[in-house]
Design a protein around this ligand. Structure first.
Ligand SMILES: O=C(O)CCC(=O)C(=O)O
Length: 205
């Protein structure tokens, strides 16, 4: 489903078996030796997600990527698992694009989780200028996803991202504003046994 040039919603992309396997990996990573944490951003506000960056760490104070979490605990960002990299490439290809991801931001939203409207523009200039896509996968509760234009004042569409959905935005859509206004508690497939939502966004630095 194309939402404009370069922006694709792929509903139910992952089977329930693939979602369950990915969920197990997300949980192990988020509660692992380098655990997910709640970033405090530049203005001093706390984000409304628990975040873990793989491959490279996104620093919420500087809005730059770095190898270790210098804004939090100085631990190194865990590597991006090879199967995550492959999955991102597979999804990008399904949307007619190509991505050899080298980082992933894994976010966990509880029932009160949300993310303000923003652009993903902290990756390297070559990546942004080439329009290399961001590939997003959602697991767990449904999210109300906001998708605007490349300027903040442009109209904003709202759509639901359900468990197993993928969303890809690259090329002319790479810098479109987006965010999550709310999570719908209790909407995850019961067989996953999850409260809340994991979202993975894969990018090439
Ligand atoms: O959770 C989502 O669907 C979006 C996440 C996001 O915007 C981000 O990680 O930059």
């Amino acid at each position: 489903m194309e939402l404009g040039p370069g922006a694709f919603h792929l509903p139910h992309y992952l089977s329930i078996e693939r979602q369950a396997a990915l969920l197990a990996q997300c949980r192990a990573l988020a509660d692992g030796d380098v655990p997910a944490y709640v970033p405090v951003v530049r203005g001093g506000g706390k984000m409304h997600v628990r975040m873990l960056c793989l491959g490279r760490h996104w620093n919420g104070k500087t809005y730059r990527y770095e190898p270790t979490r210098s804004d939090f605990d100085d631990l190194p960002a865990p590597p991006l698992p090879e199967e995550f990299r492959r999955l991102a490439g597979e999804i990008a290809a399904s949307a007619g694009m190509s991505l050899d991801a080298d980082l992933c931001i894994l976010n966990y939203y509880d029932a009160d989780g949300k993310m303000g409207l923003h652009q993903d523009k902290d990756e390297g200039p070559e990546s942004i200028e080439a329009g290399l896509p961001v590939v997003s996968i959602s697991i767990g509760d449904t999210a109300r996803f906001l998708f605007g234009g490349v300027r903040r004042r442009e109209p904003i569409e709202s759509l639901l991202l359900e468990s197993g959905d993928a969303f890809v935005f690259g090329g002319p859509a790479r810098l479109r504003y987006h965010g999550v206004s709310r999570i719908i508690p209790g909407s995850a497939p019961p067989e996953l046994g999850i409260d809340g939502r994991f979202n993975l966004t894969f990018r090439k630095y």
